[in-house]
Write a protein that binds this ligand. Structure first.
Ligand SMILES: C[S@@+](CC[C@H](N)C(=O)[O-])C[C@H]1O[C@@H](n2cnc3c(N)ncnc32)[C@H](O)[C@@H]1O
Length: 132
């Protein structure tokens, strides 16, 4: 099997409107926003509540997919790295993982803090961080 079909479960709304305005990583972000989960998938939010930490997978729809080596954070002093050795948005399957704090859940809308993702980016999946 060499391909898989993915379904977007929602879309992010936030105040990061240009790539150059996005923080490099979620733990350096003070941006809040909303995950709008499409009604078909809303039942899957049962059990997520304010105060939780969730791992959200995004499809970086504007990312370059043909590049396999990058300078991490554009810093040539760090040397060239394969994209799989980095968190670069550039990769064959431009899937991002951000650990976000849940501020509130109302119906199909999840308010979150810590966004490093552009407004309008599709959401692929949500997993709650385990509470071990
Ligand atoms: C370094 S990635 C990290 C994303 C995620 N936290 C991870 O580790 O997989 C974050 C960068 O992705 C870029 N980005 C955000 N949304 C994007 C989108 N929809 N398409 C392409 N690039 C995007 C921005 O430049 C942002 O600074």
């Amino acid at each position: 099997m060499q391909q898989a079909e993915l379904r977007f479960i929602g879309i992010v709304h936030g105040d990061i409107l240009r790539l150059e305005d996005a923080p490099p990583f979620y733990d350096e972000s003070e941006h809040t926003g909303t995950l709008e989960i499409f009604p078909t998938y809303q039942d899957g939010l049962l059990g997520i509540a304010a105060g939780d930490t969730i791992l959200v997978l995004f499809w970086l729809h504007l990312a370059e997919r043909s590049i396999l080596q990058v300078y991490p954070r554009g810093d040539k002093a760090r040397g060239l790295h394969g994209v799989f050795a980095t968190r670069s948005p550039m990769r064959p399957n431009p899937i991002a993982v951000s650990e976000l704090k849940v501020l509130a859940v109302q119906g199909n809308r999840v308010e979150v803090a810590g966004l490093d993702i552009l407004d309008g980016t599709p959401v692929l999946d949500i997993k709650r961080r385990s509470k071990r």
